[in-house]
Design a protein around this ligand. Structure first.
Ligand code: NAD
Ligand code: DAU
Length: 343
């Protein structure tokens, strides 16, 4: 596949930029490109957090509090931008199993509004950040971009729908849409509903780690800054109309991940509590990243270093997560995990 000439961009709209990966991407852009101005559009749902952008210098950055499904708000935020990179999403599988309406509103209808407005404003690039979950589960080997999507939970189905809409705009209207499918991402500022920050912060408090099923489901862990550099490369050098897998190259069973973080925190193994499995729990995700590697990307963060850094970050930044766990997350945790942990 021919490498595209790298695009220079001056103003980039980052939707969902107050979330975990989106805020890391904002920091990445501002430290990598001194000439870039970043506009963040974020609805600040339960997982959106202005604290994630606290370190960002306001000189080359502006924030719009709004919804990607609101076309007027998207139209004004997009003005003068060269590109939009969409991170805005409902992102948690367990919540999608409790009800999928918000997932459809943001991950499908919201994406459609972004595409419509990008077309009207003639944007040079639209990058939809998607997920390896759209392929579904795979026992052995790894999915390639041309394999069919077979999402198996409502979150993954909504992400697949958003992507497919994007590709339809590329084919029907020539909108320069690109899609990335990243693997499980970890690092600082991740909302503590996801397994790693949940287990790390529970272990710090010597509370149980609720491990689903037999604990042997496998995920491929990707450090957040490696995910950001991959997205940036696809944005600048990828070919419109193409999908790019992004793999961390760190496949681990959940039980092994739990053991690693317990060792790093000198916490006892007895904290691990096996609980009832997630319905339809995908056994293993794995994607082949040869296509993005051919553009010149590879992950830099070794697993052991990334985990040690992440655990240290949560240890040293209780100010960030304790108010979440004592606040918006507490009701969810008690409702969702209470019955699981009491059995
Ligand atoms: P996150 O839940 O931490 O952040 C999502 C952000 O989107 C929040 O800031 C939230 O306020 C915002 N948002 C939600 N609905 C919105 C709306 N309607 N309008 C504007 N903003 C809205 O999620 P994350 O883990 O940072 O994931 C970011 C993206 O990356 C998602 O699209 C997700 O599907 C994808 N992804 C995540 C992972 C992972 O392991 N976390 C892996 C691959 C892909
Ligand atoms: O693969 C990419 C996807 O990774 C992203 O698209 C999603 O946004 C992101 O949430 C993540 O999805 P997962 O379902 O893989 O992540 P989660 O952190 O919810 O779970 C990771 C594994 O840990 C999974 O096998 C389920 C298990 N788990 C999870 C939780 C929350 C537990 O055993 N106990 C838990 O309490």
């Amino acid at each position: 596949m021919p490498m595209q000439k790298e695009l220079a961009m001056k103003r980039i709209l980052v939707t969902g930029g107050a979330g975990f990966i989106g805020s890391a991407f904002v920091r990445f852009l501002l430290r990598t490109y001194p000439e870039v101005h970043v506009v963040v559009l974020d609805k600040l749902t339960y997982s959106g957090n202005p604290d994630n952008l606290k370190e960002v210098c306001p000189d080359r950055y502006s924030f719009v509090h709004g919804d990607i499904a609101d076309s007027l708000c998207v139209a004004s935020s997009m003005q003068g931008c060269d590109a939009v990179v969409n991170f805005a999403a409902e992102s948690h599988v367990d919540r999608s199993l409790e009800g999928a309406a918000d997932f459809i509103n943001t991950n499908v209808a919201g994406v459609n509004v972004l595409l419509e407005q990008a077309l009207l404003q003639n944007l040079r690039r639209v990058l939809l950040v998607s997920t390896d979950e759209v392929y579904g589960s795979i026992e052995t080997g790894a999915f390639k971009e041309e394999d069919s999507v077979k999402p198996r939970n409502p979150y993954a189905a909504s992400k697949a729908a958003g992507e497919l809409l994007g590709m339809a705009y590329f084919h029907s209207h020539g909108l320069p849409v690109l899609v990335t499918r990243g693997s499980n991402t970890y690092g600082p500022y991740q909302y503590p509903e996801k397994v790693l920050p949940l287990f790390i912060t529970n272990a710090i408090d010597r509370s149980p780690l609720p491990l689903y099923g037999d604990g042997r489901n496998m995920r491929d862990w990707l450090y957040v800054d490696d995910h950001c550099s991959a997205i940036d490369l696809v944005l600048r050098s990828g070919e419109p109309g193409q999908v790019y897998n992004i793999a961390g190259g760190n496949e681990r069973e959940n039980i092994a991940v739990a053991h690693t973080l317990l060792e790093l925190l000198h916490a006892p193994e007895s904290l691990i509590q096996y609980v009832k499995d997630r319905p339809g729990h995908d056994r293993r995700y794995a994607v082949d990243a040869a296509k993005i590697r051919a553009l010149g990307w590879s992950p830099r963060m070794p697993w052991a270093v990334g985990m040690a850094h992440t655990v240290t970050w949560y240890r040293e930044n209780e100010w960030w997560w304790r108010k979440i766990k004592d606040g918006s997350f507490r009701e969810y945790y008690e409702r969702f995990y209470g019955p699981l942990l009491s059995k």
